[in-house]
Design a binder for this molecule. Structure first.
Ligand code: SF4
Ligand code: MG
Length: 329
């Protein structure tokens, strides 16, 4: 099956007074229908900017895609106009955010918002649009959808509002859904329900999903593949199972150590010490070096390549490059 979305060598930079912020600096991945890709990293690692680049939502200026291609069904989205992107956003590539209140309009009922979204992209009757809205609310597990359609966003609980948000995102039957920290604001039980819902949706609709999260636990639940990002660059990219069985990058391993284990009493957050680097003034060599327990002298001068260290497993770390390469400046 050919990929639905291919991101090739994407570079999205911000031109600020303080300098050029290389928010996304060489991202590559592709995703097929029905697949879920997790993009994982701390805030500021470039995961949300990657998503915004795909959707044509990078604020410009100061932001700009300075290099690379975003091929959706073979067409490059990078040079599309805002008008062309508006036809793709929502209809072909849709997005769910952490906080539903940022994308639901508080002054309109759910019915009005859903119907308008559908009618903006499709020429069907208002009645057909209302039926679709009902089906979708039903699909995402909103009880009594007929009555709930009449409600305003604030009349739903946090978890239900997130479901409404997902129903909205699905209303035009998109082929790609990008979810940016969709469960971060929710409590653990609701979070599990929403993740279940994502899995179900995806199977039923054969949609590709990009799940953006800082939480590797979310990745194990729903993702087929994972890309770990650090300081604007992918540092590890492989199947979820491979990452968990034998993840290799020191940053990935640090993230794994910070997954809370089993019971709440036993939660031990061994967070990675230190902070991500300033993206307008990256250290020479490996960006992770200042925080890396395994840093060697060569790490301070050589920027590691993103290398396929075993079949379909890419890592950016000098520990996995040939020794000669690692010692030659
Ligand atoms: Fe750590 Fe060096 Fe690997 Fe960077 S290249 S992650 S500093 S060991
Ligand atoms: Mg973010």
């Amino acid at each position: 099956e050919s990929p639905l979305l291919e991101v090739k060598n994407l570079h999205t930079h911000f031109f600020t007074k303080a300098g050029v912020v290389k928010a996304v600096d060489g991202v590559n991945f592709d995703i097929k229908p029905g697949e879920t890709l997790g993009i994982v990293g701390e805030s500021g690692s470039g995961k949300s900017i990657t998503a915004m680049s795909i959707l044509g939502l990078v604020p410009s200026p100061p932001g700009k895609i300075v290099d690379g291609e975003i091929l959706f069904k073979g067409e490059n989205l990078v040079h599309k106009s805002e008008k062309q992107m508006r036809k793709i956003r929502g209809k072909e590539i849709s997005m769910v955010f952490q906080d539903p209140m940022t994308s639901l309009n508080p002054v309109f009922t759910v019915e009005k918002q859903m119907i308008e979204t559908i009618l903006a992209h499709e020429s069907i009757s208002k009645n057909q649009a209302r039926n679709r809205a009902l089906e979708l609310l039903n699909l995402v597990g909103i009880p009594d959808p007929k009555n709930r359609l009449k409600n305003y966003p604030h009349e739903f609980s946090g978890g239900m509002r997130q479901r409404v948000m997902i129903a909205m995102a699905l209303s035009c039957n998109p082929s790609v859904l990008i979810a940016d920290e969709p469960t971060t604001a929710l409590d653990v039980t609701i979070q599990a329900q929403i993740l279940e819902l994502f899995k179900k949706m995806q199977q039923e609709m054969d949609m590709a999903v990009i799940m953006i999260t800082h939480d590797l636990g979310v990745v194990t639940e729903v993702c087929d593949r994972v890309m770990v990002m650090y300081a604007g660059k992918p540092v590890e990219y492989t199947e979820t199972k491979k990452l968990f069985d034998h993840g290799k990058h020191p940053y990935t391993l640090g993230l794994m150590n910070s997954i809370p284990k089993i019971t709440p009493e036993k939660i031990k957050l061994e967070a990675i010490e230190g902070f991500p680097p300033n993206l307008s003034d990256l250290p020479k060599g490996c960006s992770f070096a200042p925080r890396c327990k395994h840093a060697m002298d060569s790490c301070l001068t050589i920027d590691p390549n993103f290398k396929e260290v075993e079949d379909d497993h890419f890592v950016r770390c000098l520990l996995y490059e040939e020794t000669e390469k690692a010692v030659t400046p």
